[in-house]
Design a protein around this ligand. Structure first.
Ligand code: ADP
Length: 693
């Protein structure tokens, strides 16, 4: 076993001579000749001309990799250039607020995850694996103490996010796109101006080939198998060639063949120089030995940090002898009790010690059980300079706001257009509802004897638009948020461009189907055939639908489906009650009720739609039935008794616009908070803390 010391230079990344073509920074078409195979390369030793690079310990069953030079990093054709990144952390502590007080999840752990290595974070359930991964990936950023360094320098989060990808456990993929389309959109969003469109497509082809998904490139993502979905999830994050890849439980839910393929792929990606870190529950013995580095946690403390090969001798040192027939990955968890955790943690010094295979032993092909120690990781030299100097261009998104917006608009439009079932349902829903409503209130619009019937028709139109447009986002947005989080966190695009595309894409279908509905009901109910009234009527209906969609997004982004399904009617019912208050005695509505009614956007919609039909100096109506007294033949009288006289339609539109703005802006900020991983459910907890102070 070997220990890295300060005077031993750290290799950053390497590549096997015959490795797959999508190499991170090392390319076969090396224009300065450094990419050619040399004797040193064969032996796993390389020199970058600075004398810094020397071989580090390797596992025996893995090919020896060589270290790329800076010159090699500049010899890419259609791959985005990225620096290699080593990650280290010191005395990392993470705690969470619970109702019982503060709880420590990670307890001062240390570690060093190297580029070119596949690192597995292992441990029993609840050990803190995901927490550690989330912190290292930058997904969790609060309640953390300790130091995280990249290439020996304090991590610049902005740059790091650009250089790393986090593949979450759930394979959330954009629906109604083929594999190739998904990858092309990802490439267009993630690579930006760095590469030409042709090179982006080549990069996509390479990724397809590398991940073995080219056979299903024209398959829609919904039809992929579990293993293929996982590979596509990885592929989507690979198109911009990130040097750091985090994967949370990548093997969960896969069968044994798919698990093997998945880990083999990760080994391959690491070989190409990337820092690949994954959490894994309990790998089989053969899988366990495929990792370059294993980092084990138990109850928030490090209990092992080193190569898989050194685990058995390490356990033997503290009295736990693993039989050769036993899977060491299982054995270590079988022997874990309080005392063993303490012993292992003490021996490994909470991750300050790295156990590695000895270089000399590797040459003689015999494993060693000799423990070598590195007292302080802080002494390790950086692989490259500070990332900031390595890639200054890394700040911001790859593509501009306009490009992101155009691509997202294109993607959403395609997805909506392909949702034929949804479109058919929407069409029939609007057409049938319109015919039904038109039949119920047929010819009512010109009858001065039944104005309240017409008012009920107005309420029905408003309620139709509210429920049609509010429930969709309430039910779909919780899933959309998860998808958005994956893409947003991995720096595909900014929230503003996404939100603008979201805000616009629903408009065509809303206009088309909403227009169809309003057209049918307007003519069937014989409303006045005046162009200005028709336009106002249509505008109020569509505007109400659009505002309701905003409210739906606000609710859907704040709570889950089940809560949203209860919360939405609970919010709308009182709004509806307030909207129709005063019907028949509008003149005597109390001031307090007037103020309450102003808080209901339905009221504005209802006043506006009524004003569109009866306001603006509409001439006296005739009573169709032979009534002796036609009380409401004067439309102004009707508006007065509804409490709507002298209400300007412009003011109602302004009121509606304010509500629309509040819902949309509110939804934007809720989404932003959710994406920053600040749970809304913790708000009461923060509030409690505030009161205690
Ligand atoms: P693992 O991935 O090893 O199963 P996790 O990192 O997910 O473990 O969680 C470790 C422990 O921390 C678990 O007991 C979990 O319940 C707790 N935990 C993690 N995050 C939070 C949180 N935000 N609030 C309360 N407890 C948490």
């Amino acid at each position: 076993m070997t220990v890295q010391t300060a005077d031993e230079p750290v290799p950053s990344m390497g590549r096997v001579k015959s490795t797959v073509s999508f190499a991170a920074m090392i390319d076969d078409d090396d224009d300065d000749g450094n990419g050619s195979s040399t004797e040193e390369e064969e032996n796993g030793v390389a020199d970058d001309g600075t004398g810094r690079n020397r071989m580090f310990s390797m596992s025996m069953d893995r090919p020896i990799t060589r270290i790329p030079t800076r010159a090699e990093m500049k010899t890419l054709t259609h791959k985005a250039k990225r620096p290699a990144v080593d990650i280290e952390f010191h005395d990392l502590t993470y705690s969470v607020d619970t109702t019982a007080g503060e709880r420590a999840i990670l307890k001062g752990v240390n570690g060093f995850f190297r580029s070119g290595h596949l690192t597995a974070i292992m441990g029993p359930s609840g050990a803190g694996k995901s927490s550690l991964m989330n912190i290292l990936a930058g997904y969790v950023r609060s309640n953390i103490k300790g130091q995280i360094l990249t290439n020996g320098h304090p991590r610049n989060m902005h740059l790091f996010k650009k250089l790393s990808s986090y593949i979450m456990q759930e394979d959330l993929l954009q629906p109604r796109l083929t594999v190739l389309e998904s990858l092309r959109y990802a490439a267009r969003l993630k690579i930006g101006e760095e590469l030409s469109d042709e090179d982006k497509n080549k990069a996509v082809d390479e990724v397809l080939e590398l991940l073995g998904v080219s056979v299903c490139q024209n398959t829609f993502v919904e039809k992929l198998s579990g293993g293929q979905r996982k590979r596509l999830s990885v592929a989507l994050e690979l198109v911009n060639n990130p040097p750091v890849i985090f994967l949370d439980e990548p093997t969960t839910g896969l069968d044994i063949v798919a698990i093997k393929q998945c880990v083999t792929l990760l080994v391959e990606l690491a070989k190409q120089g990337r820092t690949v870190v994954c959490t894994i529950h309990q790998p089989s013995s053969s899988l366990f030995h495929m990792f370059d580095h294993v980092y084990m946690l138990a109850r928030g403390s490090c209990i092992y940090n080193g190569t898989p090969r050194q685990l058995v001798p390490f356990l033997a040192q503290i009295g736990h002898v693993c039989k050769p027939t036993h899977n060491p990955a299982d054995f270590v968890f079988e022997v874990l009790d309080n005392d063993t955790i303490v012993d292992l943690n003490r021996e490994i010094q909470n991750g300050k010690i790295i156990l590695c295979d000895d270089i000399n032993d590797m040459e003689t092909k015999s494993p060693t059980s000799k423990l070598c120690r590195n007292e302080t990781l802080a002494l390790l030299p950086p692989v490259f300079d500070n990332l900031e100097t390595a890639d200054k261009k890394c700040s911001g998104h790859s593509s501009s706001f306009c490009t992101q917006f155009t691509i997202l608009l294109d993607r959403r439009t395609k997805q909506i257009a392909r949702n034929s079932v949804g479109l058919y349902i929407s069409f029939f829903h609007h057409a049938i509802s319109a015919l039904l409503l038109g039949s119920i209130y047929c010819g009512i619009g010109v009858d001065g004897g039944r104005p309240f019937e017409n008012f009920k028709f107005c309420i029905s139109v408003i309620v139709f638009f509210i429920y049609t447009h509010v429930m969709g986002p309430v039910l779909t947005f919780p899933t959309e948020i998860k998808l958005l989080r994956r893409e947003y966190f991995n720096h595909w695009y900014g929230l503003k461009s996404y939100y603008l595309a979201l805000t616009i894409t629903s408009l065509p279908s809303m206009f088309l189907f909403g227009g169809l509905f309003l057209g049918i009901v307007y003519f069937m109910t014989s409303q006045p055939l005046e162009i200005i009234r028709i336009s106002q009527f249509v505008a109020v209906g569509l505007f109400t639908g659009y505002i309701s969609e905003g409210l739906g997004i606000l609710i859907g982004s704040s709570v889950d489906n089940a809560t949203g399904a209860i919360l939405t009617p609970a919010l709308l019912a009182p709004m509806l009650a307030l909207a129709v208050y005063g019907m028949g005695y509008g003149q005597v509505i109390e001031p307090i009720m007037e103020s309450l009614m102003a808080t209901s956007f339905l009221r504005y919609a209802l006043v506006a739609i009524s004003a569109s039909l009866y306001g603006n100096g509409r001439a006296e109506m005739s009573c169709l039935k032979d009534d002796l007294y036609c009380h409401y033949k004067d439309p102004e009288l009707l508006l007065r008794d509804l409490g709507m006289s002298h209400r300007s339609i412009t003011v109602q539109f302004i009121g509606l616009a304010i509500f629309g703005l509040v819902f949309r802006v509110g939804a934007y900020y809720v989404i932003k908070i959710r994406l920053l991983n600040k749970p809304l459910k913790n708000l009461p907890l923060y509030f409690k803390k505030l009161i205690r102070r």
